[in-house]
Design a protein around this ligand. Structure first.
Ligand code: FES
Length: 110
């Protein structure tokens, strides 16, 4: 995906500044909006704070071994890289790319 489509917001200087709690999901505020940042397989992924189904707090869910975030309310699963609802209910979770560079950690939004 070409960089020019995104504005890259700085999340932190270093990954250690993000608080991943016990479930590898941190909460960040970007442009006044709460979002989730997940740590998975040495990568970081940004996605919606609330579930597109009925507003469950995704930060209270967990990331399963396949890289899907599981909503704590009805356990629908979403791919953290694409937002695709992999458990088949037909919802789409908003997600954003995250980059780790020497200058810090950035999230790309349009
Ligand atoms: S609110 Fe998330 S699955 Fe229903």
């Amino acid at each position: 995906m070409p960089d020019t489509n995104y504005y890259w917001y700085k999340l932190a200087e270093h990954v250690n500044e993000l608080d991943f709690a016990g479930n590898n999901i941190a909460i960040a505020v970007v442009n006044g909006k709460k979002i989730c940042i997940a740590k998975y397989n040495n990568g970081l992924y940004g996605f919606a704070y609330k579930c597109p189904h009925a507003g469950g707090i995704m930060a209270d869910g967990y990331i399963n071994p396949a890289g899907y975030v599981v909503c704590p309310v009805h356990r629908y699963k979403f791919d953290i890289q694409t937002g695709r609802n992999v458990s088949g209910e037909g919802y789409y979770m908003k997600c954003w790319p995250v980059r780790m560079t020497e200058d810090g950690i950035f999230i790309g939004m349009k």
